[in-house]
Design a protein around this ligand. Sequence first.
Ligand SMILES: Cc1ncc(COP(=O)(O)O)c(C=O)c1O
Length: 396
Amino acid sequence: MARARPGRDAGGVEHELKAPTLLPEEPEVIVRGRGCRVWDDRGRELIDYRCALGPVTLGYADPTVDAAIRTQLDDGILFGHPHPLETTTAELFCALVPGAEAARFLKTGGEALAAVIRIARAHTGRDRVVQIGYNGWLNSLAAGARVLPGATSDAVPGVPAALAALHHAVDWEDRSALDRLFLTRGSEIAVILVAADYPSIPEAADFYRYLRDLADRHGTLLAYDEMVTGFRVAIGGMAEATGVLPDLAVFGKGIANGMPLSVYSGRREVLGVLDRGDVVVTSTYGGETLSLAAATATMTAIRDRDVIARLHTTGTRLQIGMNELFARGGSGLRLVGHPACPQFVGSDAEIRTFLRASFRQGLSFYRVVYVNAAHAAADIDETLRRVERVVQETAA
Ligand SMILES: Cc1ncc(COP(=O)(O)O)c(C=O)c1O
């Protein structure tokens, strides 16, 4: 039977950044995962640092999460009335995340960010939105925004010019651009939406304090995109890591170990616009119970198994070990940023050469390196032995 080849040209891939571009070393498809390892359709086993580009925090096929999904499956997936899991999962989330007084569920980050923008506009009566960092495909609303984590575009095809003009893309830490924008447009800006720049996370607190102050001085709301940072850098993401609370936030990747679920949360008074009747955010699948059961099991495990500390320890061991190997081997690459989601820094050609050679050695890296709770010390040691070979091979 003919099979669609994964790749941008042929379709068969739902995410631009998952499309294999380093064939034949890179797996064309992944058919199975367990713990920190994945297998392709040719039976090749790889130690995985992609974690589905973030969501798999506990490990593939985590027994507790999978049991919760199976148990719920016996009772049904989705109903025409609310299910108790909608309330209990939201309560657990709000108990764990600083600044989350209320929470509601959708499926993807893009949807939840769209909800936050709508809510912020309705709450403030203002139209303009400032976007800092990568927010998934919803970035493509603003000229100059990051259309993919490493790529910006000045054109916004498919977005009416009048709408694009209301979205302002600003670079991380570009305080002078923000000051200028707020000087002229401050009273028109509904919300500053910020996603952390991964390499800068360890020093981000001062920028968040600046954003909080800027927003407060202009009656603007502050919203955090915690899609990657939530339940990874800290349970409560950058809000917990910096101690600076937002008015609204979006979470997703870390909370359900791979099941599709996003959360928009924040101050009850702000989210209260949804009770007015004229601002509606609603989705058939928001209350889908398998994902909510997975989220309850995942968040509980992250809390009770000390997963955040584990990700830090494992990630630090990997990051330090790899940087030592890069330095010793004369490689220009470095792994920079928070140990739970550090990013390769180096030339594009160097990164691609390293990723290709790593695939050959049975290591699946992505430009952001995601560890999960199933990476044991022995897996990191095995990874470092393989990275040593990669560095030797690519230096030669
Ligand atoms: C920081 C950040 N925000 C938002 C998104 C978009 O989430 P989704 O792909 O679920 O729409 C992503 C996806 O990679 C992301 O990394």
